[in-house]
Design a protein around this ligand. Structure first.
Ligand SMILES: Cc1cc2nc3c(=O)[nH]c(=O)nc-3n(C[C@H](O)[C@H](O)[C@H](O)COP(=O)(O)O)c2cc1C
Ligand code: SF4
Length: 386
């Protein structure tokens, strides 16, 4: 057991004067903005962890005169609720981050794709947006932002499905390539970033890349906002330095009886107690978009797995066979094992199916079903078999 402690950070929610940051970046060359974000080693906070500076640079190199910035505020991953709080507490910083991205890549228009259940935030966001546009006018900048509301489909958080949804079409993922940096919203070069990623870029432009890199590890720089839920006396939202072990996290947030932590929501990994010490929360270990769910010994890991599979079966868009049929087969399969109609060897067949889904599915939804499936089956087999 480690006796280290998690380190709390206050950057994302720090109240700052966004107009000062905007003034600063307007005087900078777009390339210098991309370079500063690249130098910070910031990786996207939406889950996939793509280097933000690289994404911005790719988009900036595109010759098309029309480009877009999209803020992904769909926040559909089970157990994640930190973007809601960021939008509620510091909406001006989110818009400021979009303007920085706009300046860096040469985009004049930005869209916030807001989770349907967060409709209640719209009056506040609109109020803040009026102030933001006024500041843009003052600085002679014609970058504008519009808010679009989602309708509750998990798949619409996937970037290309999100573009389809904004375009008024059914929210289904596109084939990749082309990637959004070349052909995104309305077929134009697009930067799409998570809410938290955009706010990190504001703080990077304010304090510099070196300051950001003082926290975290080589592979996981900076801090991250976590949504902590489940069997914990401290459920809530916490900004923490990246690079802690699951053990350190559990010492801070566990209830003394934690048997597993699901890191990264339904599409993430289940870490059992015996691996708490050796597992790093970050891109070198288990990455997370922020969802951290703790389970104690009163919980059935079969129920946890069943719940995730039920979720994926419901949320699969049905476009490709490995995911549409695979999700259903995994769900039916674990039910059959639990009833005793199939033996434990059948679970190994299901793990192979989940691996095939990872390779053959069209988008991240089908590709990530195997994460929770494989890690729960591997570590809690005895709770699944009859
Ligand atoms: C099924 C699915 C759902 C997703 N949902 C979200 C989401 O709610 N919010 C988000 O920021 N990214 C989500 N993503 C990731 C996005 O596709 C994209 O990678 C992200 O918005 C990029 O931003 P970042 O580089 O700042 O992380 C989802 C991906 C998949 C496959
Ligand atoms: S992997 Fe699933 S969610 Fe993604 S396109 Fe295929 S069916 Fe749709």
């Amino acid at each position: 057991m480690s006796d280290k402690h998690v380190k709390r950070v206050d950057l994302i929610f720090e109240k700052i004067k966004c107009r000062d940051v905007l003034k600063k970046i307007i005087d900078m060359e777009p390339e210098a903005i991309c370079q500063e974000v690249l130098d910070s080693d910031l990786k996207g906070r939406g889950g996939a962890g793509f280097p933000t500076g690289l994404k911005w640079r790719f988009t900036s190199k595109e010759k098309d005169p029309i480009k877009y910035v999209v803020c992904n505020a769909d926040e559909g991953e089970p157990g994640t609720f930190k973007d809601r709080e960021i939008l509620d507490q510091v909406p001006g910083k989110v818009f400021c981050g979009m303007a920085i991205a706009g300046r860096a890549v040469g985009a004049k228009m930005g869209y916030v794709y807001l989770r349907g259940e967060y409709k209640f935030l719209i009056p506040k966001l609109n109020e803040e947006l009026i102030k933001f546009h006024r500041t843009m006018d003052e600085f002679n900048q014609n970058f504008r932002i519009q808010i679009c509301l989602g309708s509750g489909a998990y798949i619409c958080g996937e970037e290309s499905a999100l573009f389809e949804s904004i375009e008024g079409k059914r929210g289904e993922p596109r084939n990749k390539p082309p990637y959004p940096t070349t052909s995104g919203l309305f077929g134009k070069p697009t930067v799409i970033n998570n809410v938290e990623t955009l706010v990190h870029t504001v703080m990077i432009m304010k304090y510099g890349a070196a300051h950001f890199k003082e926290l975290g590890t080589k592979d996981s720089r900076g801090s991250k906002v976590f949504s902590v839920s489940g069997d914990t006396p401290k459920a809530g939202i916490f900004e923490l330095e990246l690079g802690m072990s699951v053990d350190e996290f559990v010492q801070e947030f566990g209830d003394g009886d934690t048997k597993a932590v699901q890191v990264g929501g339904a599409s993430g990994f289940c870490v059992p107690r015996k691996k708490f010490d050796e597992t790093i929360i970050g891109f070198e270990g288990v990455p997370t978009g922020g969802s951290m769910k703790l389970f104690n010994s009163t919980r059935s890991m079969y129920n946890v797995l069943h719940n995730y599979l039920d979720f994926f079966t419901e949320e699969s868009c049905g476009q490709c066979t490995p995911c549409r049929v695979g999700c259903q087969q995994l769900l039916k399969g674990v039910e059959a094992v639990k009833r005793g109609d199939k033996n434990s060897k059948y679970l190994d067949e299901l793990v192979k199916l989940a691996k095939t889904m990872k390779r053959a599915s069209k988008c991240g939804l089908g590709q990530s079903v195997g994460n929770a499936f494989g890690s729960i089956v591997e570590n809690f087999k005895e709770e699944i078999i009859y």
